[in-house]
Every structure is written in C-alpha cells, then in structure tokens.
Write a protein that binds this ligand. Sequence first.
Ligand code: COA
Length: 144
Amino acid sequence: MNTQILKAPYNSKQQVQSIALRKLVLRTPLGLEFEPEELKTEFDQWHVLVLYKTVVIACNVVKFLENGDAKIRQVATHPSYQGKGLGSLLNKKTEEILIENGIKKVVLHARINAVPFYEKLSYTITGDSFEEVGIKHFKMFKKL
Ligand SMILES: CC(C)(COP(=O)(O)OP(=O)(O)OC[C@H]1O[C@@H](n2cnc3c(N)ncnc32)[C@H](O)[C@@H]1OP(=O)(O)O)[C@@H](O)C(=O)NCCC(=O)NCCS
C-alpha cells in the first residue's frame, strides 16, 4: 500500500482532517465530542499522519512533557485499515523523528484493548490501571 507519513502543521488541511478521524475512532464510539478548547491546546504538539492518496487513514498526537519525555496520544487507525500494519508503521516513524530530536523516553496512556498492540511495539506497563474517558487504561513507556 502506497502510503505517506508526515508531520502536519497545526491547523493545516491534513491536521484538521485528522481530527475527524480521531473523532470517528476515539470519541464517537464513546458518545463523546472534542471540546474546541481541548483542540486549541494542541497548537504546539506534533500531528503525525499516515496518508493514502490525500486521505488521512492513521494518526497520532505527540505532546512534549516538562521532564523531557514525549507523550504519544490520540492514536487511531481508520476502521477500514486496522490490522494492516499502519499503527506499527506510524509508531516506528514517530519514534524515529523523536530520536532525531533527542527524546529518550516515550510515555502513553493505553486503553486496555490497545495494550497488546503497544506490547508488540516494546512498550511496558507501569503502575496500576486507571480510568480515562470511561475506559480502563494503563500507563506504558518505552526507552528510545
Ligand atoms: C490500536 C490501533 C491504533 C492499532 O492500529 P493498527 O493499524 O490496527 O495496528 P497494526 O495493524 O500495526 O497492528 C500491529 C499489531 O498489533 C496487533 N493489534 C492491533 N490492535 C490490536 C488490539 N486491539 N488487540 C490486540 N492486538 C492488536 C495487530 O494484530 C498486529 O499484530 P501482528 O504484528 O502480530 O500482526 C487501532 O486498532 C485503533 O485505532 N484502534 C481503536 C482506537 C484505539 O484503541 N487507539 C489506541 C488508544 S490508546
């Protein structure tokens, strides 16, 4: 599959398109919406996208923490493209760019259903489960 991975500028056409994908995959199934204020806080975060032709089919958001770690959040692959290796590809590319930028550790909050996905990518659970958006989550990390 001929895909392209890019880091899209905040408010670019592709970044705005990725919000629709995040909504479809991560929020609508839970009966939730994005608050405009919440999205505005992402102006200084990375928006790493997988494009097929001109369509965003997988995405994540990377937030930089004060302690120097990076937090990968909002990971989503379009339902029609799940299980085809795109989530892994996106993660690999994101980690490569993070390494280029001197980041040594990635942290994330994994929904319980996605824990096996992250374990395959060598992420480790730390601590007890907790609830976010009404779903059981685990903190996970990976040293780069
Ligand atoms: C989790 C998600 C991002 C994975 O993306 P993807 O493009 O489907 O992932 P890949 O195709 O690269 O899968 C990589 C591996 O993880 C496995 N995997 C993916 N999702 C899985 C899941 N929910 N449970 C168990 N294994 C899973 C795949 O089977 C594959 O294993 P393999 O290498 O042995 O074939 C995607 O399924 C998704 O968007 N899910 C809904 C939203 C979500 O839960 N996001 C994560 C929030 S923390």
